[in-house]
Each structure stands twice: as C-alpha cells, then as structure tokens.
Design a protein around this ligand. Structure first.
Ligand code: ARG
Length: 501
C-alpha cells in the first residue's frame, strides 16, 4: 500500500497539475505543523462521512470504501502521506489513491476551512485539558508543602525588602490560589473551544442536507459555532487559550523568581534534580531550571502577541494567514504545560531551612507594623502609632537586626516609651504593657495574631488549606468528566464507523 503514497498517482487532488509545483510550494505548506492534527483530521473525516451516509448524501457502500481507505491511511501513519499542501489535502489524496474516484466523495459538503477549524478545536481540547491537569498538579505540590510548613515562619517582602513575617504555608498558598484561577480560566476557555464549526463549508454553508449536530456529537463537541462565516473565520478560541496560558506562565514566573531569590538567600535549597552546575566554577549549584520556567512567560507572551497581530484586521471570511496563527497556540501550550510541571516538581522537592527562615523572619524590623497595630488596638490612632514606631526605630538605628532577639530590644522599648511621651504626652504603659510590645516584636507572635480570613495565622492557613484541597478535588472531578465525555464520543464514533465495515 505504501508505494501508492509515493507514486505519481498520488499527485495532490486539491491542487492538481496546474498548482502542484512552483517556488512557493514549501512556503504554502503547513505539513510540518499538521502532524499535530493528523489524528484529529482522521476523526473529522470519519464523522463527516458517517453523517453523509446517514443523511443519504453518499451511499453506504461508498462510505464503506472511504472509511476503509482512512483506516489504511491511519495504519500507514503521517510520514507515509503523499505530498500535499496540508494534512487535509494529503489525506484526501491518499484516500482517492486507495479508494479510487469514490474517495473524491469524502469532501462533499465541506471545505478545508471548516475542516481545519474543527481539527484545531478537536486537538486543542486535549491540550487544554493537559494544561489544566498540569495546573492542578502544581496546586497539589504547593498545597502539600504548605501543609507541611503551615507554621514555618518566614520573611514576607515588599520591594524585595523584609516587610512582615508570614509563614511558608501562607506564602505557598498565595500561589496555589492564583494558579487555581488559571485552572478556572482554562476550563472556561475549554467550554468555548469545545464547539463544532463542521458543516459550515467554505463559509457560506452548503446545499447538502448536512446534520451539523450529528457530527458535533460524533466528535464530542458540546454544540455548534452556529454562524457558518464566524465558524470558519474565528480564532478567538486560540486567543483565549493562549491568553490564559500566558497569564498562568506569568504567575508561575513569579514563583520561579521567588525560589531563585530564596535559594540564593539560603532560605530554601533546590533539589539537585532541578539545579545545574557551572562548566567552570566547581563550587556552583545554579537554579537554571527555574530560570527557564521564569523565561517561559516571555515565550507565552510572544505567542499571544504573535497570535493577536496575525489575526488583527483579517477580513471575513477565510484567509490563509490563519494557517500561521495556529502554531502559536501549539508552541505556547507545550511550553507552558511543561514549565508548570517542572515548577511543580521543583516546588515539591525543595527543602525549606526552618532555622534560616526563622532568623530572617525578624530581620529589617519586620514586626514594626505589629507594634503599631498593638498600639492602635489600645486606642492610639493608627497614624500616631505609625509615627511612634517610625521614630523609635530610627532611634534604635540598625533596623536590619531582629529587634525581638537582639540586645536592642530593651533599648527599643525605651525608645518607644520616649516616643509615647513625645507624641501622645503619656507613658507607653498607659496604653500597653511592655511585655505585650516585646511579644509583638516576635515574628512567631506576629504571625499568630494575624488571624484575619486569608491571613498567615495557623488557623487561617488551616482553613485556607481545607478550601484549597476542596477546590483541587472539584477541579480534578471536572477534568475527569471532560476527559470521559471526549472518550465516550470517541467510542461512539468507533461504533458508528464499525457499522460500515
Ligand atoms: N492548512 C490550511 C490552514 O491551516 C487549511 C485551510 C486551507 N483553506 C484554504 N482556503 N486555502 O488554514
């Protein structure tokens, strides 16, 4: 059978002799990218011809011959396809080569325009579900480490400066929650990807009595892209998916950056599996893997930009520019899904240094806000409390120290007392006990008091963990449902096809 695909009889049935050569042949071809939609095209062909038989447009015998040729084409594989300007033309050429003229009936009542749009959506569904699965995997890693370190105190930063103490659990859940929104955006996009353009033909529909709902059902789509001109023209579903992926990659780039910085500061150690060595400096252990995760956000943003600028200003209906839009989506979904899986592995295997974290948590007078909060809770207007703490810390001088642990604590309390006299006209203990202030200076105490919903206190983190685990479970179930309905449609199509054996 294979020789047929290489023989002269396999000249492109779409282009024929008049347009079969020329210098632009390679330029026009999407064959290299189309390997990705080879299986999709076979499914679309099968669903289409089964529907044509059911509608009496093509006879059962003719459809039997076409389906049998499609089986041969599938068995021979993508690499055995005859030359063609795209996978659709190549498969049709191969079907005609095998089945003879009757193979030419496969393309009745359709165009490559509705065909390719259907193939992209069919294949992209799988990729979006894989990407969603990667996000869920990352969230599980983050939640698991967050539960191990729910109470491990660490420094929290603003402007890269130590700002307030928090916990590793609270910190990691901040990313879990963000990535959960990325999962939701992917699911949301999926619902609009999962619609069938098939039966729109070139853009103006067809005089044949096609059953669009039937092909949609056989291909597992959840309804139609109704307007036939919109159906073949739009690639907004690619934009939506790539935008969601780009957003995801941006979120994950922040996580990667944090881990690079924290490992540099000795707060966390990356597993060797996610580190690199230097070719010259023998002492080095570098966070290259996470740097590449960080860089993936650039690739994703480029993919989104490439897609949008390719689509901008395209007139109705089909234009060949659309062929160049598609690979941006494939490249982005592959790069981002891989980066997310790698980030999950790096996060799951990193070792947090509790001692170093505890020591760093008090640096830079990170509990200053806690002291101001304490005064404000005792009735001092917060702005005055802020002023008192600012003034007293200035007097103590070196705010890089851990005020709670160092010998500056007593002199700090004296300075705060003086600030109370000056700013409030009263002594500090008219408002708060010295011991209470001393406690507020302690990072662990500081974290324990911040029990507002979503805050770092152990009970708040425990509640957030429960919520995160519930959302993960629900998202896993939603993912399994979508995969099952695709698999069920696949099975249905197989059954319908087998009737023509
Ligand atoms: N390979 C083409 C694409 O990806 C298929 C559609 C060709 N249609 C056409 N009218 N030339 O868009």
């Amino acid at each position: 059978m294979a020789e047929e695909s290489d023989s002269a009889s396999a000249s492109d049935v779409v282009r024929r002799d008049r347009f079969s050569g020329g210098p632009a042949r390679g330029f026009l071809s999407s064959m290299d990218e189309d390997v990705r939609i080879f299986a999709a095209d076979l499914a679309v062909d099968r669903a289409h011809v089964v529907m044509l038989a059911e509608q009496g447009v093509v006879s059962d015998d003719e459809v039997t011959a076409i389906l049998s040729a499609l089986d041969d084409v599938e068995a021979a594989g993508f690499d055995a396809l005859p030359d063609g300007e795209d996978v659709h033309a190549a498969i049709e050429t191969a079907v005609v080569g095998r089945a003879g003229d009757v193979g030419g009936k496969m393309h009745t009542a359709r165009s490559r325009n509705d065909e390719v749009a259907t193939c992209i959506r069919y294949r992209l569904r799988e990729d979006v579900l894989d990407a969603a699965e990667a996000t869920i995997g990352l969230r599980k890693s983050l939640a698991e480490v967050a539960s191990e370190h729910a109470e491990t105190v660490m420094p929290g930063y603003t402007h890269l400066q130590p700002a307030q103490p928090t916990t590793v659990g609270h910190y990691l859940l901040s990313y879990e929650q963000a990535v959960a929104r990325d999962t939701a955006r992917l699911f949301d996009a999926y619902a609009r990807v999962n619609r069938s353009p098939l039966g729109s033909a070139a853009f103006a529909g067809t005089p044949f009595d096609v059953d669009r709902e039937r092909t949609a059902e056989l291909l597992g789509f959840d309804g139609l892209v109704a307007n036939s001109m919109d159906a073949v023209s739009t690639r907004d579903f690619l934009v939506e998916v790539v935008a969601a992926l780009s957003n995801l990659a941006t979120t994950v780039s922040g996580l990667a950056e944090d881990l690079v910085v924290f490992s540099n500061d000795g707060l966390v150690e990356l597993s060797d599996d996610y580190s690199s060595t230097s070719s010259i400096m023998p002492q080095k252990k570098n966070p290259d893997t996470l740097e590449l995760v960080r860089a993936t956000s650039g690739d994703a943003a480029a993919g989104l930009n490439g897609l949008l600028t390719t689509l901008k200003g395209l007139p109705r209906a089909y234009n060949r520019d659309l062929q160049n839009a598609t690979p941006h989506a494939w490249e982005t979904v592959d790069a981002v899904s891989e980066a997310v899986a790698v980030a999950a592995g790096a996060a799951a295997t990193a070792t947090w240094d509790e001692e170093a974290l505890a020591a760093a948590a008090g640096e830079g007078f990170s509990t200053a806000t806690g002291v101001a909060d304490l005064l404000a809770m005792a009735g001092v207007p917060f702005r005055k409390a802020h002023e008192m703490v600012a003034e007293s810390s200035d007097k103590v001088g070196n705010t890089n120290e851990n005020v709670a642990q160092s010998n500056v604590k007593e002199s700090y309390l004296d300075a705060l007392d003086a600030a109370a006299e000056e700013i409030l006209g009263d002594s500090l203990d008219a408002y708060v006990e010295r011991e209470a202030v001393a406690a507020a200076l302690d990072p662990e105490e500081s974290v324990a008091t911040r029990d507002s919903p979503g805050g770092p206190a152990p009970e708040s983190v425990a509640a957030a963990l429960t919520a995160a685990e519930e959302t993960v479970t629900a998202d896993e179930a939603a993912l399994a449902d979508e995969r099952e309905s695709v698999a069920a449609a696949d099975e249905k199509l197989r059954t319908e096809v087998s009737r023509y054996a």
